[in-house]
Design a protein around this ligand. Structure first.
Ligand code: GDP
Ligand code: MG
Length: 243
């Protein structure tokens, strides 16, 4: 049984998922892979299930009925992983925005002492390829905004490329995490830091997807904008670690 598992949430990723699965299983470390699919109408789960016989005992899928958002997909995946014996639990997108080769660097950071490692776009300047300038600016200033409101010293607060050590996910009250989009990523990092865990950022290059389409919406942006303020206010009344 390997010590590492990658959670990949999918919604309509038929153009990417097979290539991604093959890439992960070609890495020079034994990773398991858990896909959380929200009833993709394009057949993404069928592709995963077809590949399960080829990667028996290494590739898993959880299927949920209907699109329920990235945050709840990850919470579902975290619970699945900590019910098993994995020590390093990763988040990664299906669309190759995150380079799977970097999984090894995130894992190493956690072996070297971090409780959580972030694949960070903004640690050495701005390392985003192929995003329109408007989206780069939006994401970058979102991180500045989050730092300002929360006081959290993280350059890439909305990053979705992460490694969590098992003990973080066992400690954080996953049922209290309530946001679903970018705000979910912010809330997880904030809660992890509030619990006194060591979070470090590892520079990565983020490349926008070349296949399939983005699922993020203006509702998700709004959730993040208002959610950060709400999260900060709520945290004043919460005691960490939570019992
Ligand atoms: N299970 C699940 N996955 C989702 C959902 N929304 C987005 N995803 C996946 O989350 C990852 C990031 O989404 P993406 O659309 O690329 O967001 P962007 O990179 O911010 O534009 C991709 O692997 C998507 O397929 C959802 O509601 N449920
Ligand atoms: Mg994407």
């Amino acid at each position: 049984m390997p010590d590492s598992i990658i959670i990949i949430p999918t919604y309509n990723e038929k153009e990417n998922i097979e290539r991604m699965i093959r890439k992960v299983f070609s890495l020079p470390h034994d990773f398991h892979l858990l896909v959380i699919d929200d009833g993709s109408p394009d057949g993404t789960p069928l592709i995963v299930k077809r590949l399960q016989s080829e990667y028996e005992g290494r590739l898993f899928i959880e299927e949920r009925a209907g699109k329920q958002g990235l945050g709840t997909a990850y919470i579902h995946g975290f619970k699945w992983c900590i019910a098993r014996s994995y020590d390093y639990i990763f988040e990664m997108d299906a669309d190759f925005s995150h380079n799977p080769d970097d999984l090894l660097r995130l894992r190493q950071a956690c072996i070297d002492g971090a409780d959580s490692a972030i694949g960070s776009r903004y640690i050495n300047g701005v390392n985003v390829v192929n995003w329109p300038m408007s989206r780069v600016l939006m994401s970058y200033f979102a991180s500045v905004y989050v730092r300002f409101i929360t006081g959290m010293n993280i350059q890439d607060a909305t990053a979705g490329f992460m490694c969590y050590k098992r003990k973080v996910l066992e400690t954080v009250k996953l049922d209290k995490i309530k946001f679903v989009g970018y705000a979910f990523q912010i809330e997880m990092k904030y809660t992890t830091i509030k619990h006194g865990f060591k979070v470090i950022e590892i520079p990565i290059i983020f490349t926008d997807r070349t296949a399939g389409t983005s699922k993020m919406s203006t509702r998700i942006f709004r959730e993040a904008f208002l959610g950060v303020i709400q999260m900060k206010i709520n945290s004043i009344f919460r005691k960490y670690p939570e019992g």
